[in-house]
Design a binder for this molecule. Sequence first.
Ligand SMILES: [Zn+2]
Length: 287
Amino acid sequence: MKKIFFLFIVLGSLNLIWAQNFNTKNNKNIPIVSVSIPPQAFFIEKIAGNTLKVNIILPSNTNEHHFEFKPSIMKKLEQSEIYFTIGLEFEKIFIDKFHHNFPNLEIINMQKNIKLLDFQDSHHGEQKDPHTWLDPILVQTMALNIYDALAQKYPENKNFYKENLNKFLAELDNLNLQISSKLENTKQKEFIVYHPSWAYFAKRYHLIQIPVEILGKEPKIKELKQLITFIKNKHIKTIFVQNGFPENAAKALARQCDAQIYVINHLSKDWEKELLNVSDALSKALK
Ligand SMILES: [Zn+2]
C-alpha cells in the first residue's frame, strides 16, 4: 500500500513537471511582435490569429505625441521578433537605438505605400500626419503590409495568414460602406475635435475636422474666442474630445457655446466598434 501511494506521488509530480515544461515550451514557441498603439494590435491579430503574441507599447489613454520611452519597454521589445511602427514621433527617436541594441529585431513600417498628409498640427506642414489608422481603406494597405511581413517571417503559416487577410479586407470594405451610409446625409460638414487625429477619416467621408488644440497645445484666449464665434455661427452642439487629452479647453468651449462633450478614443483596441461609435455620434451631431 505504501509503495502504491509512493508511486502515485512520483507519477503525480512527474505529471506536474511535464505540464509545466509543456506550458513554458508552448509559451516560448509563440513569437512576440511589438506595435506602438492598440489599433495596430487589432489589425495584426486579425491576420495572425493566435500564432503570435502582440506587445503594445502605448496604453490607450495616453497622448501618442508626448510619450516617453521607459527601460521596461525596451525589455519587452528585446523579446520581440518584429516591431511594426506607425509614424509616431517617439519611434523615430528610438529607431537608431533599436538597430544598435537589437540587431535581430525587424522593423516594419506599417504605413508603407500610404500617401501621408501634412499634419495640420505642425508648423508649416513639416511633419506628416500619422493618424492613418482611422481610415478603413488605408487600413487595407496596412493589412497587406502586415501580411507581407508575417508571410515572409513565418512562411509555415502563409496560407492561414492569406485566408485571414482576405477575410479582413472584406470586413474593412463592409465597415467602409457602413460608415459611408451613416455619414452621407449629414448637412453639416465641420466637426469640432480636441486633437486633430481625424484628417484621413474626414477626407474619406467628406467631412472637415476643426481642431481645438493648436500646435499640440491648448488654444490661447484669442484663438478660443475665434472658435467660439465659429461654433455659434455654425450652430455646432457637440465637441469631440479624446481620452487622455486635456479636457479643460474643450469644457470651457462647451460651456460657452452651450454644446456637449463627447468622449472618443482614437487609440481603442476595440477599433472597429470605436469607429462605428464615432460615426454614429458624428451622424447625430451633424444632422
Ligand atoms: Zn495624435
